[in-house]
Ligand binder design. Structure first.
Ligand SMILES: [Zn+2]
Length: 373
């Protein structure tokens, strides 16, 4: 099929039920503008693939359970695919935390309140400041490891780009580790050279997430979208900010920006790194390759179930089709939606959307209506 701008536009503006789960209402409005701009910049194939992300995901029956096999667009500006990329950083950090005996973990948010800059200027200013501050922290031996991600928000209040950095840092074993968050805040404020501004000082955030001595086990489900709330208090304290920091591109935060600003975002953000690692976390905890591994093999939405040899796999259909099967009362459709519903054990926005959709689909299911009637 020859794909033109009209097809891309059509694809981007038609949101399937599964895409509504994956992206959410506000992000979907922004996605349509991003897809059109990608058509202009990168051509029809990239734009169409972006617009269709999630519609190729399909359901497989594996033994007595299910899996959702992911067909993502892999694009940097896709909130779903960048979130999935973030999961590899979750895996990297948890890999280190399992092996580290002394951990002092802080969550720090560093903002700049520069008004009226272009997005390129805002990114450059943020990047340069962060580079300087982290270099000093490292040079003074204050920081063992860290992970940073840049979030881009359009502020309606100031009518400006609000670029800020989320950091998860471990000062375990370093001198003054408990004060690392506050030290980073102070260094950030000093780096601007206008220390007197109270409002700027107040806009910075730091919190001690957790600290422990001795090895701490983190279950594998922590790596997945459907990580469970049935974790210990310490594990939960670590997993939520870790998920925040690795969330990647948040398109919903651009919902109020308007089309012209979203196009500017595509121009500038498409060539920038979303995640940065510091110190120990830059290398593989198991001593393998230093790069955070790419999407090798088949990816799974939700928990990957250990499959015993000889267990039969049956491909049921694309997720949206299986939702329709459930509404029509087809047994495997209903079973899949019930299974998916039981996977929604945490309070992330994504999990809440999936849960809401499962309830809606089950509510419309003809079989269930007959059962109750
Ligand atoms: Zn995608």
């Amino acid at each position: 099929m020859e794909v033109g701008l009209e097809e891309v536009r059509q694809a981007a503006r038609t949101v399937s039920r599964w895409q509504a789960c994956l992206f959410g209402e506000h992000a979907n409005a922004v996605r349509a503008v991003v897809a059109e701009q990608l058509f202009v910049r990168k051509g029809a194939r990239v734009a169409f693939r972006y617009a269709m992300c999630g519609r190729g995901d399909y359901v497989v029956r594996v033994g007595d359970t299910f899996q959702v096999r992911v067909r993502g667009c892999q694009h940097r500006l896709c909130s779903r695919c960048s979130r999935r990329k973030g999961l590899r950083y979750v895996k990297r950090v948890l890999g280190w935390l399992r092996r580290s005996e002394k951990v002092v973990l802080h969550h720090v948010v560093l903002t700049q309140d520069l008004v009226g800059l272009s997005l390129r200027e805002a990114y450059d200013a943020n990047q340069e400041r962060l580079r300087r501050v982290m270099k000093v922290a490292h040079g003074l031996g204050k920081l063992r490891s860290g992970l940073a991600t840049i979030h881009t928000v359009w502020s309606e209040r100031t009518e400006s780009w609000h670029v800020h950095t989320h950091l998860l840092v471990d000062g375990g074993g370093c001198e003054g580790a408990e004060g690392l968050g506050e030290w980073l805040k102070d260094a950030w404020i000093r780096s601007e050279g206008r220390e007197d501004r109270l409002a700027h000082r107040r806009a910075q955030f730091s919190r001690l997430v957790a600290k422990w001595d001795g090895l701490e086990e983190f279950p594998d489900e922590c790596q997945q979208e459907f990580f469970e709330d049935r974790l210990t208090a310490l594990q939960r304290a670590v997993v939520y900010p870790l998920r925040d920091v690795t969330e990647g591109v948040r398109l919903a935060a651009l919902a109020a920006a308007g089309e012209e600003r979203i196009r500017e975002f595509v121009e500038e953000a498409d060539c920038r790194k979303t995640f940065r690692l510091y110190g120990e976390w830059r290398s593989d905890p198991a001593g393998g390759a230093s790069e955070v591994e790419g999407g090798q093999g088949e990816e799974v939405e939700g928990e990957r179930v250990a499959v015993a040899a000889g267990v039969q796999e049956v491909r049921i259909g694309k997720v949206d089709r299986v939702f329709r099967m459930a509404r029509e009362g087809v047994v495997w459709g209903v079973e899949f939606v019930r299974w998916l519903r039981l996977r929604c054990l945490n309070r992330t926005a994504y999990c809440r959307r999936v849960l809401g959709m499962c309830d809606a689909v089950l509510g419309e299911s003809s079989v269930l209506k007959e059962d109750s009637g």
